[in-house]
Ligand binder design. Structure first.
Ligand code: FO1
Length: 311
């Protein structure tokens, strides 16, 4: 079975890693959000791409889910001593990625090609593609400060401002990266990973424009990032609430309802399954919490079995 997984952030990376444990590398393409990318300390940082790549390379920091394992912060500590910015925690090993990627981007190489080469160096075998080689920037509209660039909202202000909306600067001009539409056209299904629907998946969907760019979109299955009304990590539930939508797995299914063939929700939310089915979306109830690599693999197996039943 050929799959395309849409991912961003730690939850997406975990399920992508589970899928990578099961599927042959040639059958898995992971398309990653780049709306979180930004320039910082003169470097081009791609947090979601790096989180997915590090996770699949078994290099990710197990406590945070982002950044590198066994990391040190000597460079950042010294930047701080010089009066530089230290709010975005860039470790020494991680900095090597940003320095090398920034150098190659300045030479005119594309983000997708650089990502391919970095993955090769890290021994990552499934294809990992940025959603686009063109710059897209997520801007969070907030009650207190108006529009904030994503990382200023997320890291610097710790997701505390109240969200009133989102904008993806550059989205009109952004084309899907080379290989993305081809992978989707050849896929049996698209898996929308349990990533933040507003800021991780919406930018990818906005770039893909599935209905107009893909002749016959494959089955689409989403996994709820909201369990029992709460997100495992990150501000997705807070965002739903601030936008006036009670956060729940049902709210996630409604968010994607025009796209979905199937929806996977946790046992905790089993009572919501009939409401999701009323949206004309088939459901699968299972354990969606991924605390260990074996949980990632188990959820990936459940996703694949569910898709087999749908296609
Ligand atoms: N998240 C934080 O909450 N604080 C940080 O200092 C931080 C640094 C960081 C460095 C590199 C990287 O690849 C990711 C990093 N993240 C940090 C995570 C990241 O900003 C967010 O998880 C994503 O953008 C949201 O998916």
């Amino acid at each position: 079975m050929k799959l395309v997984a849409l991912a961003g952030g730690v939850g997406g990376a975990k399920l992508a890693n589970g899928l990578a444990q099961i599927l042959p590398p040639k059958d898995l393409t992971i398309v990653v959000n780049t709306g979180d990318d930004f320039e910082h300390l003169g470097l081009y940082i791609c947090p979601d791409l790096d989180t997915v790549c590090y996770t699949l390379a078994a290099l990710a920091n197990p406590e945070t889910g982002w950044g590198r394992a066994e990391e040190t912060h000597h460079a950042l500590e010294n930047i701080e001593k010089l009066g530089g910015e230290n709010w975005f925690r860039l470790g020494d090993k991680d900095l090597a990625t940003h320095i090398e990627r920034s150098r190659r981007l300045r030479e005119g190489q594309s983000l997708s090609r650089i990502t391919r080469d970095l993955c090769r160096a890290w021994g990552v075998r499934p294809v990992i593609l940025p959603m686009s080689d063109d710059p897209v920037r997520t801007i969070v509209d907030t009650l207190e400060y108006g529009e904030l660039p994503f990382q200023e909202y997320f890291v610097q202000r710790k997701c505390e401002p109240k969200v009133t909306g989102f904008r993806f600067a550059g989205i009109e001009e952004a084309k899907p990266a080379p290989g993305v539409i081809e992978a989707i056209s050849a896929a049996d299904a698209i898996v929308i990973c349990p990533s933040n629907p507003w800021v991780s998946i919406n930018p990818i969907l906005a770039v893909l424009q599935l209905r107009s760019t893909v002749h016959r979109p494959p089955s689409i299955v989403a996994i709820s990032p909201i369990i029992g009304g709460q997100t495992v990590k990150g501000p997705a539930a807070k965002m739903f609430a601030e936008l006036g939508i009670p956060p729940s797995a049902l709210a996630v299914a409604e968010h994607y309802k025009n796209l979905l063939t199937g929806f996977i929700l946790d046992h905790v939310d089993a009572t919501l399954a009939p409401n999701v089915e009323h949206l004309n979306v088939q459901t699968c109830v299972t354990s969606t919490l991924m605390k260990t690599v074996s949980d990632q693999r188990q959820l990936a197996e459940d996703v694949l079995n569910f898709i087999q039943r749908l296609i």
